[in-house]
Design a protein around this ligand. Structure first.
Ligand SMILES: NC(=O)c1ccc[n+]([C@@H]2O[C@H](COP(=O)([O-])OP(=O)(O)OC[C@H]3O[C@@H](n4cnc5c(N)ncnc54)[C@H](O)[C@@H]3O)[C@@H](O)[C@H]2O)c1
Length: 204
């Protein structure tokens, strides 16, 4: 059975991605900084869901989860979905809010990607999907700091093709689509279709 990790899967888009992956035959680690939300979502999603606490800002915890899965199963897919959004012009936003967006949306996504690449490199296969946003392509007025974090996420996903090649894995970024717990709505029609795909030599 293929194994996937979804971050920020206690609610919203992450939970929907986890449900879809189970539907497609994956065993899914439903992770979230909110342990209760992760456990509740996993219980609702059934036997192939495993709920656990994971704060993506914690690099060691991301590595620990990836390595523990890699010891017993193949880690086939890691979805960096966890993200936080605060609207507003940057001069009216607190430094704490800007930092939280940077920590979760950028460092958290890097932590998850690098953690997943450990077992994926060892196995010579795997796929990392980074949930970004249209704000990662166009810096929307009123979402400037958030857009900056999503632009960084896009760059991290698309620039280091050598990383993907070295890992014999693939990395994709995807603007999401579904109406989710946050109440925001995106314009794309598919939540899991990658808009950029970096094929590795192994995939060619
Ligand atoms: N909903 C939209 O319309 C929309 C639009 C563009 C991009 N996105 C992106 O899609 C992703 C999911 O968004 P959503 O709308 O489902 O959000 P959401 O707020 O409904 O869910 C986000 C989840 O991430 C978790 N989370 C927050 N900080 C975390 C951390 N440090 N570690 C682990 N988990 C953490 C939250 O507990 C929550 O369960 C985000 O990356 C977001 O930026 C969403």
């Amino acid at each position: 059975m293929r194994t996937a990790v979804v971050t920020g899967a206690g609610s919203g888009l992450g939970r929907a991605i986890a449900a879809e992956l189970i539907e497609r035959g994956y065993r899914v680690h439903v992770t979230d900084v909110d342990a209760g939300a992760a456990d509740r979502a996993a219980a609702e999603l059934g036997d192939e869901a495993r709920g656990s606490a994971l704060d993506v800002r914690d690099e060691a915890a991301c590595r620990g989860l990836a390595e523990s899965i890699g010891r017993t199963d193949s880690l086939d897919l890691w979805v960096n979905n966890a993200g936080v959004f605060f609207s507003g012009v940057p001069w009216e936003q607190s430094a704490e809010r800007r930092q939280t967006m940077l920590d979760v949306n950028v460092s958290g996504l890097m932590n998850g990607t690098i953690a997943a690449l450990g077992p994926m490199r060892a196995a010579g296969r795997g796929h990392v999907v980074n949930v970004v946003s249209l704000a990662g392509i166009v810096a929307a007025p009123g979402e400037v700091a958030y857009s900056a974090t999503k632009h960084a996420a896009m760059a991290f996903t698309s620039a280091p093709s050598s990383t993907s090649a070295a890992a014999a894995s693939r990395a994709s970024s995807s603007p999401p689509s579904a109406r989710t717990g946050s109440g925001r709505r995106c314009s794309k029609t598919s939540s899991t279709t990658p808009t950029r795909l970096l094929p590795s030599p192994a995939a060619c």
